[in-house]
Write a protein that binds this ligand. Structure first.
Ligand SMILES: C[S@@+](CC[C@H](N)C(=O)[O-])C[C@H]1O[C@@H](n2cnc3c(N)ncnc32)[C@H](O)[C@@H]1O
Length: 456
């Protein structure tokens, strides 16, 4: 994608340091366009005419904090009028905020117990990442020392802070802020109390010449957004387009295709596919709750052959007919129907294991990042998936048959760049002949990735 970073023209800002968002991913090309305070509309018209795929509006980072709130609002409103695809604070939110005596942006009518006696010193920062319509709280961080709160040492307290911030996100109508930091103090009864909200703080990204930015937001991303900055940027992009249903039509067509194949899927895939799958599900431990993403007819549970009833399977698939087939065998307690890239965002409960076999090829690369980040947030014990090496000849043959929607992506490089999230290890990885396409005859090699959570 060609992405435009909208920035205040040099010489117009108090803080000349720019966030180096473009350093974190080479999957997209970034170009800066400088906007002058005196010619906002003309400059924005120019940037819009260049028809970038996406814009990041960072203007308020310069203008808002230097007594130029009206200018930042004017720019945000004009960008909304231009209707260009943009990641930036909506004018609605900018209008609602004021500066407190510390220069922190706060909501004017923040409905907290501000008069309450809060203990100075025990301040926590909790950053929320908004994916699709859902606020996802990251790990809270001690605001003064920038040390993340450990989920193992204080899970109840951590959950209380995250719940408070999530509720505040909804209560203050912060939708459209992409990311947002909440400051929380303890009141005299040691109960977490909200003291401030900063929408889209710039401290989330390291600045030029300061690669080790230790701001609380940056610590939270590194610690608890699996895939870190690279995946965060991709996930924000994926989320932006998901919200606008940009790629959903392709997923819908894929779902329809699997609807027609569902009743004969087990027969068509008998042979090397079943053998390969058996080799994966019988090799590893899946005791506990297993979320089987893109479960299809439920071969994972059937080939696992859990005779001791130690696993409980729940499924997710985009095809309703696949759900019917899957439930028919009685091994799954539930199957959610919808695109995984949406369902995984709203999924709240953690599970022990996440598995996804033969389906990541249907996601475009930003969506894959989002899905990977979410599954590592949701799983507590293991994550197992396959990545198919889809050759160009396969995609060409699908397109020539008028089935371009069934073309797949080879995400091997993307998964390698995603890396190993904090708190996890890559326990196993191997390659095998995965399947032969019934449509094109292509032989497709697959790669198994098995991650396991580190014991703290
Ligand atoms: C090749 S089948 C694999 C099914 C099963 N995992 C197995 O190994 O037998 C791919 C499955 O992915 C599902 N699928 C494709 N895209 C999806 C998406 N975006 N979200 C959820 N399911 C999806 C299809 O409906 C289909 O059931």
């Amino acid at each position: 994608m060609r992405i435009c970073l909208l920035r205040a023209a040099p010489g117009q800002e108090d803080d000349p340091r720019y966030s180096d968002i473009e350093l974190f991913t080479d999957r997209h090309t970034f170009e800066q366009r400088f906007i002058s305070r005196d010619t906002i509309k003309q400059d924005l018209n120019f940037a819009a005419a260049e028809s970038f795929d996406l814009y990041f509006n960072f203007l308020h980072w310069t203008w808002y904090g230097s007594d130029n709130k009206e200018v930042a609002i004017l720019a945000a409103k004009y960008i909304e009028y231009l209707a260009i695809p943009v990641i930036g604070l909506p004018s609605r939110v900018l209008e609602k905020y004021g500066l407190d005596e510390d220069g922190r942006l706060v909501i004017g009518d923040l409905n907290t117990a501000q008069e309450e006696d809060v203990t100075a010193g025990d301040e926590y920062s909790c950053t929320i990442i908004e994916l699709d319509n859902t606020p996802i709280p990251l790990c809270p961080v001690f605001a003064h020392t920038e040390i993340p709160l450990k989920s193992t040492s204080s899970p109840v307290f951590l959950n209380a802070i995250q719940k408070l911030t999530e509720d505040a996100f909804y209560a203050n109508d912060l939708h459209g802020t992409f990311w947002c930091t909440f400051l929380v103090c303890l009141n005299k009864d040691s109960k977490p109390t909200l003291t401030g909200i900063t929408p889209m703080p710039k401290t989330i990204f390291p600045f030029a010449g300061d690669g080790k930015n230790s701001a609380a937001e940056a610590c939270a991303v590194r610690q608890s957004f699996p895939g870190s900055y690279r995946s965060l940027i991709h996930s924000l992009i994926a989320s932006y387009f998901l919200k606008r249903n940009r790629n959903i039509e392709v997923s819908r067509q894929v779902g329809q295709e699997f609807d027609t194949v569902a009743s004969k899927y087990d027969t068509v895939t008998a042979g090397i596919y079943h053998e390969g799958l058996k080799g994966i599900v019988q090799k590893y431990n899946f005791d506990g709750v297993v979320l089987d993403i893109a479960c299809g007819t439920g071969l994972v549970a059937r080939l696992h052959g859990d005779t001791h009833n130690r696993s409980r399977f729940i499924g997710m698939d985009i095809s309703l007919q696949m759900k019917t087939e899957c439930l028919r065998h009685g091994l799954y307690s539930n199957v959610l129907v919808g695109p995984m890239q949406r369902l995984l965002i709203v999924q709240r409960d953690t599970v022990h294991h996440v598995i996804c076999i033969g389906a990541f090829l249907f996601l475009e690369s930003n969506e894959l990042s989002l899905v990977l980040s979410r599954i590592f947030q949701l799983a507590t014990a293991s994550v197992t998936f396959t990545i198919d090496e889809i050759p160009d000849s396969y995609n060409k043959a699908q397109t020539e048959r008028g089935r371009g929607h069934m073309a797949g992506f080879n995400h091997l490089d993307e998964v390698e760049r995603f890396g190993i999230p904090v708190g996890w290890k890559l326990a196993d990885r191997w390659r095998f002949l995965g399947w032969t396409s019934p449509t094109t005859g292509s032989e497709i090699y697959s790669n198994v990735f098995r991650f396991e959570a580190l014991q703290e």
